[in-house]
Design a protein around this ligand. Structure first.
Ligand code: PGA
Length: 252
């Protein structure tokens, strides 16, 4: 069985000061946990504040995006080296909110994933369909396009350095979770696609997280499913008790 990974995506929440306070609380309760992998992903300006608190614990730091070039005239962008120096080990790439609000394409996602790997950052690459796509039975087409596009040109060895997050857009921040069965169906489909791209041996080792309204009271049923290896948590990662609750249920 793979080690469970729980990642908190703080999105555009928590200032430098607030982020430091929340990280301090999480450090106290989660800092020594080694049975599962824990990652928190604050906004860029708060990375150093959070790293200062968790740097010497088992909690890992992640960013919410990275740019595919290393330096230069790219106003507003942040490089992989900058993230590494801020203490990051992980980076979320291709989140649906970036695809929707910033026009991120599969090609851009692919370039970002490659750059992250080059700098030893573990990409958490997100895929997932919108409500109308699910209703038109397009879930598999959309997920296939995003997965194959985002992973194009990667060797099997590099695939092992990636985490996939399946996040149905209709379940993000809406309180509607995919049922564990619905989620697992798509996870199984993703694992099959990964097998096709590489091999069964590789796909079985890769972690596929679920994201979309994950909370302490639904995490247990989700991770009981065969192909769900953890969660990418938005709203519930902003409150210490709920994020800690999710982690604690995974340990049980
Ligand atoms: P949510 O967000 O848990 O608030 O639904 C998940 C995500 O967008 O990663």
């Amino acid at each position: 069985m793979k080690k469970i990974l729980i990642a908190g995506n703080w999105k555009m929440n928590k200032t430098f000061v607030e982020a430091g306070e929340l990280a301090e609380k999480m450090k106290g309760r989660l800092g020594d946990i080694t049975q599962i992998d824990i990652v928190i992903c604050p906004a860029f300006p708060a990375l150093s504040a959070v790293y200062e608190k968790i740097g010497d614990t088992h909690i890992r730091l992640g960013a919410q995006d990275v740019f595919w070039e290393e330096e230069g005239a790219y106003t507003g962008e942040v490089s992989a080296l900058m993230l590494r120096e801020s203490g990051c080990k992980y980076v979320i790439i291709g989140h649906s909110e970036r695809r929707i609000h910033s026009g991120e394409t599969d090609e851009m996602v692919n370039k970002k994933v490659k750059k992250a790997i080059e700098w030893n950052l573990t990409p958490i690459m997100c895929v997932g369909e919108k409500l109308e796509e699910r209703e038109r039975n397009k879930t598999e087409n959309v997920v296939r396009r995003q997965l194959e596009g985002g992973l194009e040109g990667l060797s099997s060895e590099n695939l092992l350095k990636i985490v996939i997050a399946y996040e149905p857009v209709w379940a993000i921040g809406t309180g509607k979770t995919a049922t564990p069965h619905q989620a697992n169906e798509v996870h199984k489909f993703i694992r099959q696609l990964l097998t096709n791209i590489s091999s069964e041996k590789i796909s079985q080792q890769m972690r596929i997280l679920y994201g979309g309204s994950v909370k302490p009271d639904n995490i247990s049923a989700l991770i009981e499913e065969e192909d769900i290896d953890g969660a990418l948590v938005g709203g519930a990662s902003l409150v210490d008790e709920s994020f800690i609750g999710i982690v604690e249920r995974c340990i049980k």
